[in-house]
Design a protein around this ligand. Sequence first.
Ligand SMILES: [Zn+2]
Length: 283
Amino acid sequence: MNRFPNEVQIVTRRRAGVFGVLATLGIVWFASPAPAADRGNDGQFDRRESSHFVLYQDVDIDERSGFHGSVRFEREVLRILEAGYDRLDKFLGLRPRRPIEVVVYDPDAFAAQFTGLFRFPAAGFYHGVIRVRGDTVASAQLERVLYHELVHAALDEAAPNYRYPAWVNEGLAEWFEMRSFGKRRLSTGELDALQRAAAQNALLPLRALSTPSLGHLDPNTARFAYLQSYAIFAWLANSHGDPAIERFASDLARSRNLDRTLRRVFRTDMRKLEQEFTRYLGG
Ligand SMILES: [Zn+2]
């Protein structure tokens, strides 16, 4: 309902070394990449809170943008996140109750720590905590990445033990990101690429997109997998209306049963969905 973000309440601001942050975040997962300190950055983070988020910002960003620029940047990031939170409710019926932790890294530190985790370049990812490559300004690109990762965080919070199939998790994240920016349909280029693939019988099988993540795919296949996953939800939203997507996301998070949710919301199953989507693309 609310198209405007909540006022962001700045609660605290304190500095924490990387170990403080890691302890706070409960990161086990950091064990594989070398800690920040080993990669030439100082591993210091500013902490700032809003109603639904705890933001940790790499202090190296302060040095790039100047202290006051950095405070402005942090406030802007929290404003974007709170606006995204309102949209999560509006478009996906998700309202995470626990504060969502977001770490914004200096771009060099992000590259140093996380390159190699994915086979394709990533600007952010979610693994219990949202981690994004920062910038000195809250760019539209950063906003899109934050919106995308917010969906992963909200779905995980709603059903922590459920492994969403990647086409659902990534498809909803892409659809939410695009829909929030007013994009309701596939672009001509996107539609062309999908129609070409459908004509060559080269769409990716939904079963192959049902792994928990797409991180193992090579860059070209990954790009196409994200596009196809997004296209499924854009197509569903256009044929059933946006509220059906909201019902699908919130019902799935509640029931953790994809077959039942597909049946209830779209009167379909995986096999039929795949056939109808292929037919829609002319394949
Ligand atoms: Zn994603």
